[in-house]
Design a protein around this ligand. Structure first.
Ligand code: MRU
Length: 344
């Protein structure tokens, strides 16, 4: 399974809104095409939208390579702003945009070289993501020395990254090492990333799993059927507070009550060194139609008022560890996160 593929200077995205019913690849030829795909959640998941945005800048550069240096830089600055305005919470998006901005404004002898540098930087961001996820998988799998039952939320797999996944990457690594008994897949209301995407990935790889509705998690924890919860992240503050898909915070509270380890798996690009605590993380508000309807069918009386924060913030005190490509931050707090990031 792959979320995106880049070939012959074109970006193709597997339309995640069409899964699991159909596998439709859409072609992006401009930054605007990519921006729209991100807004419409055709591509989603923090690392995947970062990589897609980087390719969006590369596409725009390729299509504008006839312009002079000053003009192409201005056009691409506008493209960067457009891409930055798509989704507010996942910091990987802004991290990738910043890398592309630095490449855009680095000295280049001519426009052809500048365009090539931007394409190479996007390819580099994508390649790094795969290596990063493999390392997260290794560090995460090493936390468990006997077979475990894992509960996960949302989709953090190959579809949410460039390949392999973060929390789902750890689950893949556990499976590869013969240390995975079973995965409980939260359906993840309201957008159903768990039911539609995580179940799709696990199904294709024949990793044993059972789909549950989000409100069943406590029940299975009480029955002793969950040994650990593994989730991804969209933005982590310097004290370890973590924004992730709505419902994550509730799982962390349940884990504390049931004495179950709660792990976050995320690359270092998901940390926001500008934010001291999770209170400062912007939370995306999405259309309430995604709450009042399922697959285009209204499930509440027409006109019912609904709310749709797409993410919540889990306080660091509820997190057993954050698994990064550099190792695990056990019992994360401001001191330990800063030490891992090398920030004063
Ligand atoms: O709204 P989404 O589907 O983009 O949200 C995705 C998540 O919350 C993931 O857990 C997070 O981005 C990490 S993906 C490796």
């Amino acid at each position: 399974v792959k979320a995106l593929r880049w070939h012959d200077n074109v970006l193709e995205l597997l339309d995640q809104t069409a899964l699991p019913q159909s596998e439709v690849w859409i072609t992006c030829r401009s930054a605007e095409d990519v921006a729209r795909a991100i807004v419409e959640m055709k591509v989603r998941g923090a690392p995947a939208i970062g990589a897609a945005a980087a390719y969006g800048v590369a596409l725009e550069a390729l299509s504008q390579k006839h312009l002079d240096m000053a003009t192409i830089r201005a056009v691409l600055d506008a493209a960067l702003s457009r891409l930055a305005a798509t989704r507010p919470t996942a910091v990987n998006l802004f991290w990738a945009i910043e890398r592309m901005r630095n490449t855009l404004h680095a000295p280049a002898p001519d426009v052809a070289t500048l365009v090539q540098n931007l394409v190479s930087e996007a390819e580099q961001i994508a390649a790094e993501d795969v290596a990063t996820n493999r390392a997260i998988g290794r560090h995460g799998a090493a936390l468990f020395d006997e077979p475990v039952q894992i509960l996960t939320h949302c989709n953090t797999g190959s579809l949410a990254t460039v390949d392999y996944g973060t929390a789902l990457g750890v689950i893949r690594a556990l499976h590869e090492h013969g240390n995975l008994v079973h995965v409980w897949v939260d359906e993840t209301r309201p957008f159903l990333q768990g039911a539609r995407l995580t179940a799709y990935e696990l199904n294709r790889e024949q990793i044993p799993h059972t789909l549950i509705t989000d409100n069943m998690a406590a029940h299975f924890m009480k029955l002793g059927k969950v040994d650990a919860v593994l989730v991804g992240a969209d933005r982590i503050a310097l004290n370890g507070d973590t924004a992730n898909k709505i419902g994550t915070y509730g799982l962390a509270v349940l884990c504390a009550y049931h004495n179950i380890p709660f792990y976050v798996a995320a690359p270092l690009s998901t940390f926001d060194a500008k934010l001291e605590t999770g209170d400062e993380i912007p939370i995306e508000e999405r259309s309430t139609v995604e709450v009042t309807s399922i697959a285009g069918k209204e499930i509440a009386p027409h006109g019912t008022k609904a709310a749709h924060p797409a993410f919540d913030v889990t306080p660091h005190t509820l997190i057993t560890g954050i698994i990064t490509e550099r190792g695990v931050i056990h019992r994360p707090d401001a001191t330990r996160v800063r030490a891992m990031l090398g920030v004063q």
